[in-house]
Each structure stands twice: as C-alpha cells, then as structure tokens.
Design a protein around this ligand. Structure first.
Ligand SMILES: NC(=O)c1ccc[n+]([C@@H]2O[C@H](COP(=O)([O-])OP(=O)(O)OC[C@H]3O[C@@H](n4cnc5c(N)ncnc54)[C@H](O)[C@@H]3O)[C@@H](O)[C@H]2O)c1
Length: 254
C-alpha cells in the first residue's frame, strides 16, 4: 500500500506496530526517491493516533489522504472463539478505523479537503464461516464509512467504497459499491494509465475461460451493452478468477 502510494507520487507516513518492518519499508521507499517516514502506531490507541498525525503534519507538511489499512483476522468456530479474541479483531479492524478517521478530520477540516480510504473486505459483503469477528468488523467498516460520508460529504473522498481489488498482469480491476473500474497501464513503461468506469448495469454478459485448474492463466471477458466486442483481461497464474467471477455475478445481477 505504502509503495503504491509513493509510486503514485505521494509523500508517505507509514504507521504500524511492526517497528523493524515499518522502518525498513520507509527506508526502502526513501532509497527509491520517495519521501517516506515511519511512526510506530497501534491503531487501537487514541493517543498514538494524535502523535502520528502530528508527526505526519510536521514531516510532510500536511495530511491529504488517510488509508485505514491495518487489519487482523482470527480463525475459530463460534463455540471456541473467546471473547478476548473477538474483541481484539473488532478493536483493530473497527475501533481502529473510527479512531483514525477521528484523528485526521481536524487537520483535513483546516486544510479544507482530504480523503479517507477505509479498507473493508469481501468479508464485509459476503459472510464466511470461522472468522466471525473479521466479518462483523468489516461489515461495520462499510457501515461506518457510509455514515461518515453522510456526515462529512466530499471531505471523505466520495461516498464510494472499494469492495475488492485485483491486479491483472499489468492492469487492475476494482469493484466499488457502484461500478467496476478497469485500470489499463499502457506503453512500454506502463506510465500512461487509462481508467474505464463501467456501471454494473452496463454489463450484459461475462465469461471466464481457464484450462481447468488454478495453476494456469485464465481469461475474463466482459460484454457491455451497445458494444459487440468484449473487454478481455488476462489473469496470471494463482489469481483467483473464480472469486472475480463470483463478485461479477453478485454485482451485475443488481
Ligand atoms: N489479504 C487479503 O486477501 C485481504 C482481502 C480483503 C481485505 N484485506 C484487508 O486489507 C488490509 C491489509 O491486509 P493485508 O493482507 O495486507 O494484511 P497484513 O497482515 O499483511 O497487513 C496488516 C498490517 O496491519 C498491521 N497491524 C495489525 N494490528 C495493528 C495495530 N493494532 N496497529 C497498527 N497496525 C496493525 C500489521 O502489523 C500488518 O502490517 C486489512 O485491513 C485486511 O483486512 C485483505
């Protein structure tokens, strides 16, 4: 996440409980020419957020975007899931997002703009067994994001949430709560980028062609109303094209 933001030209402050890994990531980004800092941050700690925001504003002179990315998962069936383990997941994934939004809003308000990106999950749309706390917290993140957007409008980016994102060889495909966004990187260096915004209702048909196993390349084709030729995207080995197909079925049927 930090590397992608730095590659897109952002000055980055990384907050994480993993001090060595965080400091190493920031150092590697600096070596590649980016401006990057690390601050130890436990997202469940209100005081830590205040300190991290202060450092961000001081180190990079402002705070335009917060990405609430920290997340944990605990796997246990409900009967064996302890209250402590349930609370731990909710504390990081849900309360951490709340504290993060609360901490950055004053400086975004002062600046008159800002974007907050809260990372939910497919588990915030579809329920999965064995990860009750994770599913509950990610559904909560979606709800909190919508509620916050109602309160702060465009200050929190737009009222649009990314539900899932996949990298496809050089390109990317994003499922938001409203549309499919295809990101095409073009040219030798891939520096030219084209964004296609596709409303789900425009999808008339889609297909997945595979050689029958997860280990081989797969091709996703999407037909849009009004155009005879499909958009074709090649998925590399190991990419879960069946998951993408399941999401398309869910959204295109809306
Ligand atoms: N990996 C996936 O397939 C997937 C799918 C959907 C959503 N997500 C979400 O994307 C986000 C990133 O996931 P990831 O797969 O990169 O996980 P990851 O475990 O690689 O990264 C999560 C980071 O959060 C940090 N973290 C944990 N508790 C923290 C705390 N209390 N304070 C600060 N930092 C803390 C961890 O140290 C780690 O660096 C999470 O919110 C996750 O739920 C991941």
């Amino acid at each position: 996440m930090a590397a992608a933001l730095a590659a897109a030209g952002a000055d980055v402050v990384i907050g994480d409980v993993l001090e060595d890994e965080g400091a190493e990531t920031a150092a590697a980004l600096r070596e590649s020419g980016a401006r990057a800092e690390f601050v130890r941050l436990d997202v469940t700690d209100d005081g830590g957020w205040a300190e991290a925001v202060g450092i961000a504003v001081e180190a990079i002179g402002g705070l335009d975007v917060l990405v609430n990315n920290a997340g944990v998962v605990h796997t246990d069936p409900i009967e064996r899931l302890s209250e402590a383990d349930y609370r731990k997941v909710v504390d990081v994934n849900q309360v951490g997002v709340f504290l993060g939004m609360k901490a950055v809003l004053p400086s975004m308000r002062r600046a008159g703009s800002g974007s907050i990106v809260n990372i939910s999950s497919i588990g915030g749309i579809i329920a999965f067994p064995g990860i009750l706390g994770y599913v509950a917290s990610k559904w909560a993140v979606r709800g909190m994001t919508k509620a916050a957007a109602q309160e702060f409008g465009r200050l929190l980016a737009q009222d649009e949430q990314i539900h899932a994102a996949y990298r496809i060889i050089r390109d990317a495909i994003l499922f938001t709560d409203r549309r499919l966004i295809l990101i095409d990187k073009q040219g030798m260096t891939g520096r030219k980028v084209e964004y296609h915004s596709i409303p789900y209702r425009g999808i008339t048909h889609f297909s997945v062609e595979t050689a029958g196993t997860f280990d081989l390349d797969a091709e996703l084709k999407i037909w849009l109303s009004g155009s005879a030729e499909p958009i074709a995207k090649q998925f590399g080995k190991g990419a879960d094209v069946y998951e993408v197909q399941a999401l398309l079925s869910t959204y295109a049927a809306r």
